[in-house]
Design a protein around this ligand. Structure first.
Ligand code: 5GP
Ligand code: MG
Ligand code: MG
Length: 184
C-alpha cells in the first residue's frame, strides 16, 4: 500500500483552519442571500469538496449545479485553452448564481466562465473561491468571497489535484519535488 502523505512536503492550510474559515464564509453568504434565489455552481472537479462543506454552512435555501471547464491538462502549467467539458442542467435565467471555485490563479478560467453565464440572463452572479494566488492581481475579475491567499506554489489537496491524485487529502499542501520528477 502506498501512503499519500509521504509525498507531501508541507501542509499550508490544515483541516481545522479550512473548516473554520468555511464556516465564516457560509455565515457571510447566508446573510447576503436572504430572500434571493441562490444557485451554487460547482466548478468540477476541484471545487467538489469545498462546495460540499460550504453548502452545509449556508443557512438559506439553495440549489446546486455542476459544471466542468478545462484550462489545464495534467501538468502544472496553464495551457491557456478553456473549454466546457460539462454544462449546467439548470436554467439560470433570473437566478442568483454563486460560482464556487477551488483556486484562482491567472483568473482566465473564471473570467471566461462568468462572462458565459452572464450571457444567459442571470439576475446576479458572484464568485466564491477557496484559494487565491497573487497572479490574480493581473486580471480585473472581481472575486466576492475568498477563503485564503496562497503563495505562488502549486498546491494540492481538499479537491485540488496533481495528475488527478491527491484530491482526497483533507488539507492544502505542497508536494515534494521528486513526485513531479517521477511523472515526467
Ligand atoms: P486560472 O485560469 O485562474 O489560471 O487557473 C484556474 C484553474 O487552474 C484552477 O481552477 C485549477 O484547476 C488550476 N490551478 C491553478 N493553480 C493551481 C494549483 O496551485 N494547484 C492545482 N492543483 N490546480 C491549480
Ligand atoms: Mg477549478
Ligand atoms: Mg487540476
Amino acid at each position: 500500500m502506498t501512503i499519500m502523505n509521504k509525498d507531501v512536503k508541507k501542509v499550508l492550510i490544515d483541516q481545522e483552519t479550512l473548516q473554520s474559515r468555511i464556516k465564516e464564509l457560509g455565515k457571510e453568504i447566508s446573510k447576503d442571500y436572504i430572500a434571493k434565489d441562490l444557485l451554487l455552481i460547482c466548478v468540477l472537479k476541484g471545487a467538489v469538496l469545498f462546495m460540499a462543506d460550504l453548502a452545509q454552512n449556508i443557512e438559506v435555501p439553495l440549489e446546486m449545479d455542476f459544471m466542468a471547464i478545462s484550462s489545464y491538462g495534467n501538468s502544472t502549467e496553464s495551457s491557456g485553452v478553456v473549454r466546457i467539458v460539462k454544462d449546467l442542467e439548470t436554467s439560470i435565467e433570473g437566478r442568483d448564481l454563486l460560482i464556487v471555485e477551488d483556486i484562482v490563479d491567472s483568473g482566465l478560467t473564471l473570467s471566461y466562465l462568468s462572462e458565459l453565464l452572464k450571457g444567459r440572463g442571470v439576475r446576479s452572479l458572484k464568485i466564491c473561491t477557496l484559494l487565491e494566488k497573487p497572479a490574480r492581481k493581473a486580471t480585473d475579475i472581481t472575486i466576492d468571497y475568498v477563503g485564503f491567499q496562497v503563495p505562488d506554489e502549486f498546491v494540492v489537496g481538499y479537491g485540488l489535484d496533481y495528475a488527478e491524485k491527491y484530491r482526497n487529502l483533507p488539507y492544502i499542501g505542497v508536494l515534494k519535488e521528486e513526485v513531479y520528477q517521477q511523472n515526467n
